[in-house]
Design a protein around this ligand. Structure first.
Ligand code: SAM
Length: 349
């Protein structure tokens, strides 16, 4: 096991049979080792700096019906909302004053939030704050729409592929959705020039070691600039309400594997991990993550963006809790970096 970890650290890749050993036989001692190696790599590239992104959850209306997600169309017990342009701009103003230089607009796939409304919002933010990075996480769109979002001033796009296995994809999504379209979207985004992020939920229902190996190989070949890895957490109003949450150890192991395979990638320590356990954010960073995304949404709306039960959005998860976040990062030897934190290839560092 030690040799495998050393090899991954040196070569940034492992054949599938070795990945299987790592995923199935990594005990506590070796998990500690791989996490140390992952931190060493992230410190080499980013020092002790953790980039912050201000997360604005722009609405929870969604026409999709993903079986795992609390804001899915079929959940009739949720109070729906859609932020107005002015609300979003107020979030940006607050975030900018707090020092954020990346805004992430995430939301459900909402037909009433038309492309032209979104383009207007993006271009207004671009004009008002020329120095910020604008990240979108608005799901599947056609090629032309992505192009227009890019031309309006968006720089980055987060779209987890969720699983690269067709059968597993079918288990997680209803028939109107397809893995091939999700992958088409990812290719479009990259082609257009977005810094592109993808990823998975760890421990999503039906996920096997084979699926994880497929995901790792897909991410290796796709070479995203950002990799989003967090545990699956159940939501009580979904078909997966009784499924267990993704395991902490496996989430940390995967974060470390991705850091060793993608030394320069931007890898968040996710809200889901911080929800799984109170010190989750710190454990993610101590496994190789180098980004956190504090919540910049209007506080009175946050509880409505309930992708899973008990989602953390206050305290150090909140944009207004930046001091608390900084204190907690300092306690583990890290510090907030308020710069844009773009992705750079090795040669340009
Ligand atoms: N609609 C957009 C999309 O599909 O990318 C953005 C919003 S979607 C809610 C953002 C991410 O939330 C998904 O990619 C998924 O991985 C994550 N998510 C949804 N339900 C979750 C759950 N129960 N546990 C953990 N993560 C979840």
């Amino acid at each position: 096991m030690r040799d495998l970890i050393e090899r991954l650290y040196r070569e940034h890749t492992l054949p599938p049979d070795k990945l299987r050993i790592l995923l199935t036989q990594c005990d506590e001692e070796h998990l500690t080792l791989i996490r140390q190696k992952a931190c060493e790599v992230s410190q080499k590239h980013f020092g002790n700096k953790i980039y912050i992104r201000g997360l604005i959850e722009i609405g929870n209306c969604c026409h999709n019906d993903c079986y795992y997600c609390g804001i899915r169309r079929s959940n009739s017990h949720i109070e729906r909302y859609r932020l107005a342009k002015e609300d979003i701009l107020a979030c940006c103003e607050e975030g900018y004053n707090l020092g954020f230089r990346t805004f992430v607009m995430q939301g459900g796939e909402d037909n009433r939030l038309t492309d032209s409304r979104m383009i207007d919002i993006i271009s207004t933010i671009r004009k008002t704050y020329p120095d910020v990075a604008i990240t979108l996480s608005l799901g599947e769109k056609d090629t032309r729409t992505y192009q227009q979002f890019y031309e309006a001033g968006a720089n980055r796009y987060l779209l987890r592929h969720e699983t690269h296995n067709e059968q597993h994809y079918r288990l997680l999504h209803p028939s109107g959705m397809s893995l091939s379209n999700r992958l088409r979207c990812l290719n479009d985004l990259k082609q257009i020039g977005f810094q592109t992020g993808t990823g998975i939920m760890v421990g999503s229902p039906g996920q096997t070691v084979d699926h994880l190996i497929e995901d790792i190989l897909f991410i290796e070949s796709f070479r995203p600039q950002m990799i989003g890895i967090g545990p699956f957490l159940p939501h009580h109003e979904t078909p997966f309400s009784d499924r267990p949450a993704g395991r902490l150890q496996q989430t940390l192991l995967l974060l470390s594997i991705f850091r060793l395979m993608h030394p320069q990638a931007l890898i968040p320590s996710t809200t889901a991990l911080a929800t799984l356990l109170p010190e989750g954010r710190e454990l993610g960073i101590l496994s190789g993550a180098n980004v956190v995304m504090p919540n910049l949404s209007p506080p009175q709306q946050r509880y409505k963006y309930a992708l899973y039960d008990n989602k953390a959005s206050m305290g150090a998860e909140a944009a207004e809790g930046l001091k608390l976040l900084d204190d907690r990062l300092k306690a583990i030897g890290y510090a907030i970096d308020k710069s844009r934190g773009d992705y750079f290839e090795e040669t340009t560092i």
